[in-house]
Write a protein that binds this ligand. Sequence first.
Ligand code: ADP
Ligand code: MG
Length: 589
Amino acid sequence: MSENIGKVISINGNLVSVEFYGSIFMNEICYVKVDGTSLKSEVIRIKGNIAQIQVYEMTGGIKCGDSVEFTGEMLSADLGPGLLGQVYDGLQNPLHILAESAGWFLERGNYADGLNCDKKWEFTPTAKVGDTLRVGEYIGTVPEGAFTHKIFIPFNLLGRYTVKSIVSKGEYNVKETVAVITDERGRDIPISMSFKWPVKRAISCYSERLAPVETMETKVRLVDSFFPVAKGGTYCTPGPFGAGKTVLQHTTSKYADVDIVIIAACGERAGEVVETLTEFPELTDPKTGRSLMERTIIICNTSSMPVASREASVYTSVTLAEYYRQMGLNVLLLADSTSRWAQALREMSGRLEEIPGEEAFPAYLESYIAAFYERAGYVRLPDGSTGSVTIGGTVSPAGGNFEEPVTQATLKVVGAFHGLSRERSDARKYPAIDPLISWSKYGGVIDSKKTEYCKKIIHKGREIDSMMKVIGEEGTTIFDYIIYLKSEMLDSVYLQQNSFDLIDANCGRARQNYVIDKLIYVMGSAYALESKEEARDFFNRMRQKFIDWNYTEFGSDAFKNLEFDIDTLYEEGSGSLEYEAECLLKGGE
Ligand code: ADP
Ligand code: MG
């Protein structure tokens, strides 16, 4: 702790002004001493010898004259083995440890180490005495769940270092010295298995940033086929309250093709986090068969927790994501909801009496949002391997109005947009991603010519639907009516997906390709259907067959039987493949 101290001179909500002596810096962490407890705070503005600090805790009881101690450190995360499976608050306090000491109600001023210092880890050295190391390189590994956790030299050590000594293979805790390295000027630096990193600074120990080109399969058909996300890319999911943002993120966190998932529950209701907390330890990871929690970290700062640490929770979670990326892993960070984070920024900005921007958000909102999403990326690491951080954020605009500042600022920086619509969720068409407004700049699991063909049918179907609302079904030609039925079928059998069915929710690349070909075959054919009733009946039956097909295991006997039923029904309707679809299917082979 530095020598610097100060005293409280005024209090405005969680914004406290402090007169200080000595020198302090922006974003320095300090503690306000109240009734024997210390409340963690951060310096957010300095003017002369007055500092304004935001207190991360409930501020009741703070009085003028209370003393403040400055730490000389920035808000940092502890990085090292033992992060996986943890549930943290926004300041990286492990919540179950706090719960053990405080019981049901968390008291303020109660902090715990982010990493368990007693637990021993099996360290295997990979560096030898005399080796030269640079930042981003590692001295050894420990097994952590299903992963090999690399023990890096701390990311703030720039330059070249020589290994002076290193322990032999054995069990050590995260604070014990496992190696001593010497810098270019001959100074010795002891290294343990953990170190701190200031959360507001991006970890940049990589040799190059690569373009995100590989699709991150979420197993959600509508996403992977039509509006895909790339590993190392960014996407946002705006939608009105209750449209299914949280359910969609949870489905993604279970099935996405990534190594590690970090869930940042930011300012949303506690009940949703409780669901995750009770559900995840019971679920098994479809890839490894181990508990899903072993590859998950949850950072939660629910609406009932102090608002200032909401801001911190976003940065803490992205820092942990970047740390695991450095090990060559693919990490997915899901933030729910970034609107609540923006509201925390707005609240502080108001207290600071800054000139407000649009809808009273601070004028720097856009650059803060951009800086957050910019921490995503697909990178080449010093050892030649690659790692990625993919960021997906939900946005909850009031009334589902996408013209508001947070949605607009987010849309400017993300690579894919999954807009949820009230209309679809009210009709219980899940996932409620609206195919007419969503977009993506990334490549997906399906040939883009095929998805274009499907989108065309959806667009036409929607046009005919709105026309029918005006002129009625009678005024519509059978030709148009069949296009409408085809688009409805495509919607209900392919775009809609049951998140709560184990087989349907987990629809991989091979299956998506297989099913879309069959659908294009069925949709791209002409039929001998005389009347609208006949057409409606035919497509209803076809639709039901496809829906049943979705619930069977890919390649199983049941799957083959239903495919046979689809083919039989196709023959019944005397389907004949049209030229356009034929070319499309041939080209795809
Ligand atoms: P939001 O986070 O957008 O406010 P939620 O994700 O909590 O909305 O979803 C609200 C409700 O909608 C859920 O409790 C669930 O009943 C229903 N729902 C959302 N997505 C799905 C889905 N994919 N399948 C079935 N029901 C869903
Ligand atoms: Mg939600």
